[in-house]
Design a protein around this ligand. Structure first.
Ligand SMILES: NC(=O)c1ccc[n+]([C@@H]2O[C@H](COP(=O)([O-])OP(=O)(O)OC[C@H]3O[C@@H](n4cnc5c(N)ncnc54)[C@H](OP(=O)(O)O)[C@@H]3O)[C@@H](O)[C@H]2O)c1
Length: 328
């Protein structure tokens, strides 16, 4: 697997770190401004820099495109990459709605290529620990997560500069940005909820700056609190009749995992020396290079479930993206 990177923002730098751990070679980089593409190329000793997407895609030095662009661009750039015979690894959240998911998958299948979400949660060793210890807490009675992180971009927003993450044009908002991690975790642990309801505080731009998502399961409820304009106690907590599992780190990070029973508190963290990104890329590399179709289909199923919950949640909060109005 050799990669061409789209975008030169923070997340593309994080990708390069993950690539160095996972042993993935980056051959080319694209940015719509040549100067930024060249700066990124030179920083990492990448072979080629492009500011023309068509030319970038016709470079046969790499087989896989990493889409590190704002949410609202994932679909169009990912689709074009697939159409041109590349695999596509797309940042979270994978796309804006279910229709986009179906079309990306349809194109990947038609071209015999892979399309995968760069989701952190499932690949983390400590997420595996949560799964391994779920039986220890007995029947789940309630689950909760809080991912509140005051955003620098919110200060800029207050000063009149509206970042992509705060627009419906780029499929932004707190749920799409932060909520995607705990939603991913709860779906991977408990499956699809029977019902979702999202109550929000909206910006005048139409996106949620904070909100509370209720995921209703047969026997219990899971809540997810997200906020980009306040700080909070980041955590995931799963409470059962015999004990609880708790991490008080960000739901994208999941460290310092504890099993709490009436008698004792036990550290159940697994070794997790790398940044979370690296584990995801290792998994994706395995799927693509070894054509591991079972793992591929499991990940796609998970991604579709997350995209579906996010869309239903948004609908309940009347958050409409430009992508929802497109007929393609
Ligand atoms: N940032 C993080 O820590 C982080 C963490 C996890 C996941 N993600 C995901 O990574 C993706 C990118 O997020 P981000 O916050 O890094 O976004 P961003 O900084 O706003 O943009 C990422 C890259 O896309 C470029 N870009 C912006 N608008 C564009 C346009 N209209 N056409 C083409 N290129 C454009 C940016 O160029 P300029 O720099 O010139 O604007 C930058 O190189 C999102 O899907 C997000 O959910 C980000």
């Amino acid at each position: 697997m050799k990669v061409g990177v789209l975008g030169t923002g923070d997340i593309s730098h994080a990708f390069m770190y993950a690539a160095s751990i996972a042993g993935v070679i980056t051959e080319s980089v694209y940015h719509r401004e040549m100067e930024k593409a060249v700066r990124f190329r030179d920083q990492y000793g990448i072979l080629k820099a492009y500011d023309d997407y068509e030319q970038f895609l016709s470079d046969d030095g790499f087989d896989t495109v990493y889409v590190g662009l704002p949410n609202g661009l994932h679909y169009q750039y990912g689709l074009k990459a697939l159409e041109n015979g590349k695999n596509a690894i797309i940042e979270k959240p994978f796309c804006s709605n279910i229709r986009e998911f179906d079309q990306l998958l349809e194109m990947a299948n038609r071209k015999g290529r892979f399309v995968l979400e760069m989701d952190r949660v499932q690949s983390l060793p400590n997420f595996k620990s949560i799964k391994d210890h779920l039986n220890d807490i007995g029947n789940v009675s309630v689950a909760s997560a809080n991912y509140s992180q005051y955003s620098r971009k919110y200060d800029a927003y207050l000063n009149g500069t509206i970042g992509n993450v705060f627009t419906t044009e780029f499929s932004g908002g707190a749920l799409m940005d932060l909520g995607v991690y705990p939603v991913n975790a709860f779906i991977a642990l408990f499956g699809m909820p029977e019902k979702v309801t999202y109550k929000v505080t909206k910006l005048p731009t139409g996106v949620d700056i904070s909100g509370t998502l209720l995921m209703e399961y047969k026997q219990f409820n899971a809540t997810v609190i997200v906020s980009k304009n306040s700080i909070g106690n980041k955590h995931i907590m799963i409470q059962g009749e015999k004990g609880s599992i708790l991490t008080e780190t960000a739901p994208s990070v999941i460290e310092d995992l504890k099993l709490i029973t009436r008698k004792e508190v036990t550290d159940i963290s697994y070794p997790q020396p790398h940044d979370g990104f690296a584990y995801t890329l290792m998994d994706i590399k395995d799927i693509i290079e070894n054509r591991n179709m079972q793992r591929y289909s499991d990940r796609l199923k998970q991604t579709k479930s997350v995209v579906t919950v996010l869309e239903y949640a948004r609908k309940s909060a009347e958050i409409v993206f430009e992508a929802d109005k497109n007929t393609y």
